[in-house]
Design a protein around this ligand. Structure first.
Ligand code: 5AD
Ligand code: SF4
Ligand code: FES
Length: 353
């Protein structure tokens, strides 16, 4: 017990732990609150009290992939598919900018309808609103990532899902772990702020492999890391699996904060699905970002990665005030700028604008 507290202190003081030390902390359950409090202090020290809001636009639930855990997998015939047209996506961002969002996350399944030309049109038009743009549309070529960047995209999210290659290839049939890592490298080379992350609680996932995930995030120099529990979906081959636990996911997130002291870490929606105060608990255990959904109407429900997704019957303006209320209640403030990781870049941009 004493040993675990010492390890948590070491992580807080040095932002460094060995794989064995991470495993020891993950295996212990007596000192969770001490771990969360240490991650909260590191968050406060390096990132301050601002919580950055990113407006999430889920613009197509059509996907050519077949990830075993995901409700949008191509073989799932039980979900009604939709696709928003480029001008509709731009319109959602426009409304979001009016609510005060300074960053948009454009997310979809891997849908080939959105050619490079269409993506460039969408990105460049949204960039006219003086906002940051994050793209999350899966595995693409170097040239495609380059074209989005030239059109103005600032950040890209692509979770490694798990660093255990065998588990990855079992969970994501016909996908290669090498290519996923190539994507992360290409994005870094192109100068994106790169976001990644993992699922916690996949079938046969070990504590050791979660420790490796955390070290991997550090090794690749990630700028953002999103971590959430795997939640079994009825319409997938993993429907009878146990799924991830809230507190284990929170511990992986808190350790990520301790080791990567100054990155952006979202309090993920999947956390709130397992615990109705999950995002706030995450914000008090190392997280500093929330991604409220600004997709409208029926589409929210149809973007069904997993069951029990929050806010499916709410409106963008309701979510904005709901989350603002929760954040201010715990004594934090809403970020006023674009929330780049690199403060210098942010300052340069401010001077330029
Ligand atoms: N439970 C939790 N998260 C999921 N994702 C996909 N399916 C599920 C699920 N069943 C996550 C993946 C993906 C992100 C967009 O959603 O990690 O990268
Ligand atoms: Fe498609 Fe992403 Fe779901 Fe995999 S996780 S099936 S790539 S939407
Ligand atoms: Fe959507 Fe609270 S954030 S209802």
């Amino acid at each position: 017990m004493e040993k675990i507290l010492q390890l948590i202190k070491k992580a807080e003081n040095t932002n460094d732990l060995t794989k064995e030390e991470i495993i020891e902390i993950l295996q212990d359950s007596e000192n969770n609150q001490e771990l969360f409090d240490a991650a909260d202090r590191i968050r406060k020290k390096y990132m301050g009290d601002e919580v950055h809001l990113r407006g999430l636009i889920e613009f197509s639930n059509i996907c050519k992939r077949n990830c075993m855990y995901c409700g949008l997998r191509a073989e799932n015939k039980n979900v009604k598919r939709y696709r928003l047209m480029p001008d509709e996506i731009i319109e959602l961002a426009k409304k979001g900018a009016e609510y005060g969002y300074k960053t948009f996350v454009l997310q979809s399944g891997e849908d080939e309808f959105y050619t490079v030309e269409k993506m460039k049109y969408i990105i460049s038009n949204i960039k006219k609103m003086d906002v940051a743009v994050t793209i999350s549309i899966g595995e693409k070529t170097y040239e495609e990532y380059k074209a989005y960047k030239e059109a103005g995209a600032d950040r890209y999210l692509i979770r490694i899902e798990t660093t255990d290659r065998a588990l990855y290839e079992a969970m994501d049939p016909n996908m290669s772990h090498e290519n996923r890592k190539r994507c992360l490298e290409d994005l870094k080379k192109l100068g994106y702020e790169v976001g990644s992350g993992c699922l916690v609680g996949l079938p046969n996932q070990t504590i050791e492999s979660l420790a490796e995930d955390i070290l991997f995030f550090k090794e690749i120099g990630a700028d953002m890391i999103g971590i959430g529990p795997f939640i079994p979906n009825e319409d997938t081959p993993l429907k009878n699996e146990a799924g991830g636990e809230f507190y284990l996911s929170l511990k992986v997130m808190a350790l990520t904060r301790l080791l990567l002291k100054d990155i952006n870490i979202p309090a993920t929606t999947a956390m709130e699905t397992l615990n109705n105060n999950g995002r706030i608990i995450a914000l008090q255990s190392g997280a500093n970002v929330v991604m409220p959904n600004i997709t409208e109407g029926e589409y929210r429900k149809l973007y069904a990665l997993y069951p029990g997704k929050i806010c499916v019957n709410d409106t963008p303006s309701h979510c904005r005030s709901c989350i603002t209320g929760k954040i201010t209640t715990i004594g934090r403030t809403i970020g006023k700028n674009k929330g780049f990781r690199n403060r210098e870049l942010e300052n340069q941009l401010r001077v330029k604008n």
